[in-house]
Design a protein around this ligand. Structure first.
Ligand code: SF4
Length: 291
C-alpha cells in the first residue's frame, strides 16, 4: 500500500469514529450506489448556499444548479424524491434568506491545508465571515429531528470546530459560527406543483422560524487547541502505521454508537451481513476521488 502523503479532515474523523467504516471507505474504496434519501437535502442546501454566497442571488437557479450536480454524482438516485426535495429546499431557503439575508463579508467554501508530521491535511470550510473586525468560521449544518440543545452539547466535545480553529489560527478567528437548518416534514399535495409547495412551506416556516433555523457560536481555548494538536499528531501517526501494516487494517473494529450519527451509515449492510462479493456488487461502487 502506497505511503499516505495527503489526508482529508473527513478521513481523519472517520478513522477516529469508526475504524470499520474507515476500512470500507478508504481501504476497500467503496461507497453506496444509492445513498439514503435525506442526503439530497443536506448536499443541495450546501451547494445552493455556496452558489448564493458566490453572488448568484437567484436562489431557485442556485438550487437547480445544485440539484444537477447532485444527480451527476448520484445518477441512480430516485428522481421523484429529488423533485419533492427541491420544493422543500426552495421553501426552506426562501424563508431562511428572508430572515438572514447575508453576512458582512463572506469568503465561501474555503480550502484549508496544513502540514503536520510530514503529511498534508486538507479540508474545506463553508466560509469565513467577518463581523466588525472579527473573523468567524462559518459552518452550515442541516439537521433532522435532533434537538438544537443536543447538537450544541455534541459540538462542545466535537473535534471538527477545534480542527478548523487549529488550521486557521493564522487568521486569528474567534470561533465557529454554526448555522443550523432543520429539514421540515411537510406533505406535498397532489394538486400542488413544487413552487406552490415551496410557497406554502415558506409561509409556515416564517410563522415560527426558530423551529427551523438556529445560529450559535462555538469557541475553543488556546489550551484546548494545543491539546488537540497532540491528539492530531498521534492520530496521523496511528493511521500511517496501520497503512504500513495492512494486516492491522483488516481487523478494524466496529463502533455501533456511530452508526446513526447524523445519517444512517451507508456500510450497515456490510457490518450486519458480512462482506461478500455479491453485496459489494449489488450495493456499492468504487468511490470517486474526494473533492
Ligand atoms: S454500520 Fe456502524 S459499525 Fe458499521 S461501519 Fe458503519 S458506523 Fe461503523
Amino acid at each position: 500500500m502506497s505511503e499516505l502523503k495527503e489526508i482529508s479532515f473527513s478521513r481523519i474523523q472517520v478513522f477516529r469514529n469508526c475504524r470499520r467504516k474507515y476500512y470500507y471507505r478508504y481501504v476497500l474504496n467503496k461507497e453506496a450506489k444509492i445513498p439514503q434519501f435525506p442526503l439530497s437535502f443536506g448536499k443541495i442546501v450546501h451547494q445552493a448556499l455556496y452558489e448564493y454566497h458566490l453572488g448568484n442571488k437567484d436562489i431557485l437557479n442556485c438550487i437547480e444548479k445544485a440539484k444537477n450536480d447532485f444527480l451527476n454524482a448520484y445518477p441512480d438516485y430516485n428522481l421523484e424524491r429529488v423533485d419533492y426535495e427541491i420544493g422543500l429546499i426552495l421553501g426552506v431557503l426562501s424563508a431562511y434568506l428572508e430572515i438572514f439575508p447575508s453576512f458582512d463579508y463572506i469568503e465561501p467554501e474555503k480550502e484549508i491545508r496544513l502540514s503536520l508530521n510530514g503529511i498534508e491535511i486538507v479540508g474545506r470550510i463553508d466560509g469565513l465571515i467577518q463581523e466588525g473586525n472579527k473573523w468567524w468560521i462559518l459552518e452550515h449544518k442541516t439537521i433532522g429531528s435532533t434537538s438544537v440543545i443536543d447538537f450544541q452539547k455534541r459540538l462542545q466535545l466535537d473535534d471538527q470546530p477545534t480542527l478548523y480553529m487549529y488550521a486557521l489560527r493564522g487568521y486569528d478567528v474567534c470561533g465557529v459560527l454554526y448555522n443550523l437548518i432543520r429539514r421540515p416534514r411537510f406533505v406535498k399535495y397532489l394538486q400542488e406543483n413544487y413552487k406552490q409547495f415551496a410557497e406554502r412551506i415558506k409561509e409556515k416556516i416564517l410563522r415560527d422560524p426558530s423551529m427551523y433555523f438556529s445560529r450559535f457560536k462555538i469557541y475553543r481555548t488556546l489550551r484546548g487547541i494545543k491539546e488537540f494538536e497532540k491528539e492530531l499528531r498521534y492520530l496521523i501517526h496511528t493511521i500511517r502505521e496501520c497503512h504500513k501494516h495492512p494486516d492491522r487494517l483488516e481487523v478494524f473494529y466496529k463502533n455501533p454508537y456511530y452508526c446513526s450519527s447524523y445519517l444512517e451509515c451507508e456500510y450497515r449492510p456490510l457490518c450486519v451481513f458480512g462482506i461478500s462479493d455479491r453485496l459489494l456488487e449489488m450495493l456499492y461502487k468504487d468511490r470517486e476521488e474526494e473533492k
